[in-house]
Design a protein around this ligand. Structure first.
Ligand SMILES: Nc1ncnc2c1ncn2[C@@H]1O[C@H](COP(=O)(O)OP(=O)(O)OP(=O)(O)O)[C@@H](O)[C@H]1O
Length: 315
């Protein structure tokens, strides 16, 4: 039995006014094993939040199923929910509670009345001990996010779901959060993470599913995705405009240009094309491809799933 099992999940939002129907999830299937740190990646609108909303019981699938520790999130909601700790993307909280009251209230929701020892442990682990009696509305955005993490964990769920937990969060909180979550994972908790920070996904996730327009287009170990990637990236800065053939391949951030290259010959071809177009380059270096390169290559490729068959089932 898997920690999370997703079978041919479909979510279609019906047409509204002039807007056509949206196929937010199109036969998504994958399993997450016990103790895995699993990344769900995809561009805006790929379907990540829709999938997590169905998992959390906040939205209903059009067809297909999700099970948590064998419990169907629809037909066995209470049991499925007990096994899940969900850290939502949005900062939702009751402004009138103190931090401790919010955590006690959430504990009560799961029938846990004497939970203060665990609440104290959570507060300490998340650097919140000195905020225990602060009112929620007095906390900074980053502190509120820490409380949301603690809230998700009050009932010691074996599966933790984090929906973009580091969006708009400073470096220090990111580090605290990752240290804390990685530790929980080492202790055996399963983690499902969605993030737009691919460096974090590369560093933390054992396995990754990439969604594009509601379909799984890659489902692999992180190491396999990286090993199969374009071998090298030509990295440089320039003020000039690239010739169109190169611009099409490049990732351009301000003055910084990154060009994927499969082999030394292709690096030489790129350099020759730049010389021919009179593009001056500064700080030229060649580096190994990272997860962001893999992500961009897969998202720009015509539909060609990696590690999945046509129905989204793992090979
Ligand atoms: N309530 C809704 N009604 C109609 N369409 C919706 C609704 N919620 C989401 N969608 C659409 O479903 C698709 C998937 O959206 P979703 O929010 O799941 O993507 P996402 O991968 O989480 O994106 P992001 O990274 O921006 O959070 C999008 O096209 C979105 O516009």
């Amino acid at each position: 039995m898997s920690a999370i099992s997703i079978q041919s999940l479909v979510k279609t939002f019906p047409p509204r006014g002039n807007a056509p129907a949206v196929h937010a999830l199109d036969h998504v299937s994958f399993d997450i094993g016990h103790g895995e740190f699993f990344g769900l990646l995809g561009p805006n609108g790929a379907g990540k939040t829709t999938l997590i909303s169905i998992l959390a019981g906040l939205a209903r699938a059009s067809s297909g199923s999700i099970k948590v520790h064998g419990f169907d999130v629809r037909t066995d909601y209470v049991q499925a929910r007990r096994h899940l700790g969900i850290v939502p993307q949005e900062l939702v909280f009751d402004p009138f509670f103190t931090v401790r009251e919010a955590l006690r209230f959430q504990s009560g929701y799961f029938g846990l009345n004497r939970n203060d020892d665990w609440i104290d442990e959570l507060l300490a682990g998340l650097g919140l001990s000195d905020k225990a009696n602060a009112n929620m509305r007095q906390l900074s955005g980053g502190m509120k996010r820490r409380v949301l993490v603690a809230q998700a964990l009050v009932h010691r769920p074996p599966v933790i779901v984090l929906d973009e937990p580091t969006a708009g969060v400073d470096v220090e909180l990111r580090q605290t959060l990752w240290h804390f979550v990685a530790d929980l994972n080492r202790k055996g908790h399963t983690v499902l993470l969605t993030t737009h920070y691919l460096e974090e996904a590369e560093a933390l996730c054992h396995r990754i599913a990439m969604l594009k327009k509601g379909r799984v287009i890659a489902l692999e170990k992180t190491s396999t995705l990286l090993a199969n990637a374009t071998a090298n990236v030509l990295h440089f800065k320039t003020d000039a405009t690239l010739p169109p053939a190169l611009a099409q391949l490049a990732r351009i951030t301000g003055r910084m240009v990154e060009l994927p290259a499969h082999d030394p010959q292709e690096i030489e071809q790129h350099l020759a094309a730049l010389r021919q177009a009179g593009v001056p380059v500064e700080e030229l270096e060649i580096r190994k491809a990272d997860l962001e390169d893999v992500f961009i290559t897969l998202m720009n490729a015509p539909s060609c799933p990696t590690g999945v068959d046509a129905k989204g089932v793992q090979a």
